[in-house]
Design a protein. Sequence first.
Length: 274
Amino acid sequence: MFEIDRIVRTALQEDIGLGDITTQATIAPGTVARAELVAKQDFVLAGIDVAREVFNVLDASVAFEKLREDGGHVQRGDVLAWIKGEAGVLLQGERVALNLLQRMSGIATHAAAFVKELEGTTAAVVDTRKTTPGLRVLEKYAVRTGGGRNHRTSLYDGVLIKENHVAAAGGIAVAVARARETAPHTLRIEVETRNLAEVEEALAAGADVIMLDNMDLDTLRQAVDLVDGQALTEASGGVTLDTVRGIAETGVDLISVGALTHSSPAVDISMLFQ
C-alpha cells in the first residue's frame, strides 16, 4: 500500500503543481458533482482501487462506488464506478486516476491476450523488468490481473546471469559457481544462453533456469530436448502474439514478454459528470 500511495501522491503533485488554475477560475468552491467512469472499449479491468485511492488522497470524504472488479472483462459503455464529491477535487484527480487505470487495464488486456494464445500448452507467459520507471508495482500487478505471471520484481529478488555478467565474470561456469557461493539458497539461479553450446554449459554448471534468448523454433526444440527437464526453460526475445503459440509448442516452460509492460496500449476510459 505504501508504494501505491507514493505513486499516487507523486503523480498528483506532477499534475496539480501549485494549483489547478482552470478549476479555480471556473468552479465555485463547495460545488458538489457526481461523475461516472465509463469504458469506451472492451478490455480487462485492472486498477480500479488505485483510481479510488487517487480521490481518497485528495479528499477522504469523496464517495467512490466501484461497479466492476479487477480481472473482469468489461464492454464498451459499461460504467466502472460512480464518484461523488466536491467538483474541484474530482477534476483535479480525473487525469491521474484515468492515466493509471487506463495504463493498468491496457497491460491486463494485453496479458490476457497472450494467456489465451497459450491455452492447451504447458507454457506460462511472464513479464520482465522492462517497466515504466516508478510504476513497476502497478504494472506487474496488472500482468497478474490479466492472467500472466511475474518474473523477478527487481534486481534483489532473483539471480539472472546475462551475457554481460558472463563476460565480466569470465564464463558461465564461473558466474554460476560464484552465484551459488553468495546467493541465498531460496533463490533460483537463471542463466541467459544464446546457442546450444551455452545451454550445455549452463546445464553442466547447475543452472536452475535456462533462458533461451532469441532462438528460432528449431533451436528451441533442440534446447528443450537437451535440457530434458533438468532445469526450467524460458524462451525470450521479441515474442509477439503472432509467434507465442509456436514458441509454446516447442515445450518451453516459460515465455518472457517485455512488451507486456513496455508496449501495451492504454485502453480508453472517460470520466463524465452527471
